[in-house]
Write a protein that binds this ligand. Sequence first.
Ligand code: FES
Length: 116
Amino acid sequence: MAREIEVGPAAELLPGTIHRADRYAVGNSQDELFAVTRRCRHLGADLADGSIDDNGCLVCPWHGASYDVASGRMTRGPQGIFAKIPGLGAGFKLLTRFLPLGRGTVVKRDGKVFVR
Ligand code: FES
């Protein structure tokens, strides 16, 4: 059986929140819980410090790349100065088609959230 990591009380995982749980960023996107690995595919920022945008994507706190939390794929490349580099965003999006963020399985039990 896969190792299970306690995230915290289910009542604290409100829409738009993201919590740190070992190697996972566990959050609530549009009332759906998700768990993805924490390191951004661009330069390794901690995605648990990110945010959820209006489309329900997880946004990297450093350069604003966004990820589909269900697939782990990048939906928008790094922003700011990085957005001016031709092909960079497309390259990272392509990379995450083959190397998406890892996804954990989120379970609720006895009022708590766990990831495995
Ligand atoms: S480290 Fe995430 S977009 Fe740059």
